[in-house]
Unconditional design. Sequence first.
Lengths: 302, 316
Amino acid sequence: MTQATHAREGIRPGAAAGPSDQARRTARRKQTLNWIAVHALGIAAAAFFILPFVFVLLTALMSDNQALTRDLWPHPFQWSNFRTVWNAPGFLTWWRNTLVYAVSGTVLAVVSSLPVAYALAKFRFRGRNLIMVLVISTMMLPPQVVIIPMYLFWTKQMGMDGSLWPLIIPMAFGDAFTIFLLRQFLLTIPKEYTEAAKVDGCGELRTLITVVVPMIRPAIAAVALFQFFYCWNDYFGPQIYASSNPAAWTLSYGLESFKGAHHTNWNLTMAATVLVMAPVIVIFFFAQRAFIEGVTLTGVKG
Amino acid sequence: MTSAVHPLLRAKRRRSALRTLSFLAPWIIGFSVFFVYPLLSTVYFSFMHYNGINPPTWTGAKNWHYVFTEYPFFWPALRNTLWLVLVMVTLRVLFGLGIGLLITKIKTGAGLFRTAFYLPYLAPPVAATMAFVFLLNPGTGPVNHILGGIGLPTPGWFTDPHWSKPALTMLALWGIGDLMVIFMAALLDVPKEQYEAAELDGAGPWQRFRFVTLPNISPIVMFAVVTGVIQTMQYYTQPLVAGKVASGIIGNSGQSFEPGYPDKSTLTLPQLVYSQGFQHFDYGSACVIALVLFALSMAFTALLMRRRSGFLTAED
């Protein structure tokens, strides 16, 4: 666009040579140089971000032996690596476990956090700020802080060693990050909407479900995505609770043992890595806007 | 005397308190059962000798003394955390800001560039770490292949104690997408008039950045630094997986792996909690380390909340 405009203006005949014209031409040249510099930098940065994906993908398509050489380009392309990984023992089970954990964890966390976030954003009551402080504090704490008693609780008292339930059940009791983010979104909804619903005789719960939820659908999409990705990526949780039982492993946890089972086979390891990355990236392309809005909100509005 | 309004008002107030309580119920239960109880329990166990089999016995400050003076992994883990805070967090903020600035200047194909810059942030940490261990594999990895090809030194990366943290830093810089988006939004929020006014006063690009951009985005820079420090103290999956995979241990096979490979250089506090608690079954000292982690995280969270009190204010 800008280049085309430059060119058109450049050959405009009538503009006789004058000091102002000269100045304008220098300014334009400066702008073009600026454009080139910015985009060259952009391409260099893009190479840094994209090349690792390219190398991983190319290695995933190599043969065992070739992956150990210094070749960068696969010959021939061994697409069967993906089938080998897919059919490897455990892989499908881990895939299913990951989905169960991520989907049920997301649904439970969003449903249980929504009323809490609504109360924190819209109700006036004593101790509201204190609860916000506690929510933010728990959000910032690593799970390792309370893991010893939690582990003893779930395994010794509830007998749930070797399963993902100790990770899924707590999601039904509000997730700090989801509460925080939903509340930030809810603050942006003008009071008039909820007041109007109440005048129409809606109770708070009905107002929340019929008026507020449809209005904050993008926000719900964003927090659901975050939660889904959190579960998908979780390594520590499955490591603590599921490690004793390979039938309960998730992809993030199993991936590493995959490298173990084929410990020099970088090609298969990278093929498995691609298969773990792919779903997240596909989901991102479908929900890019919701996601980026969510990330922005974690840092900016507040 | 009690007027007719009083009981009604009281009933209304009670109803609204009940309503608030019922909306908050999930969090109140979750917070008590999954946070307050285990936190108190962690404090309790930190004074106990407990291995999960024999009943816990009181040992006083013995676990605390052991962790701070004898346990050989505690101070190296703290030193690594300090290194990561100073180098990794600083570089991440600078790089994130740079990429954010770049993306606001790109006119052609901005969407494409943005997606390319953002994508690595989404890569699951375990997958991204394994990819980097492969890419930076000293013998056959493509990075050393390229470095060697143009005559640069080829470090041992994840297998060399001096290079393992720089390698982790590269991995962290690769996943800069979250900071890029936050900085981008902040940069676009800077009022245009201020730039125009500065230009009229004859300010060059650097002066415009220094006197207009920076003051406007400084709260976001602060936010990025503090959350970066908090994240660094919790740094777990990447250093653990990198150490495990680079050491050549067969993952999850039951072969025991002492975190920190190579030579304690990738140890962090959360890994010590795991190692003491779940590999050595010394729950007492694992709880001591957990409480140190708790104290450090809380200190920086408090700092964050004081700086960004906007987190707390609601309407009216």
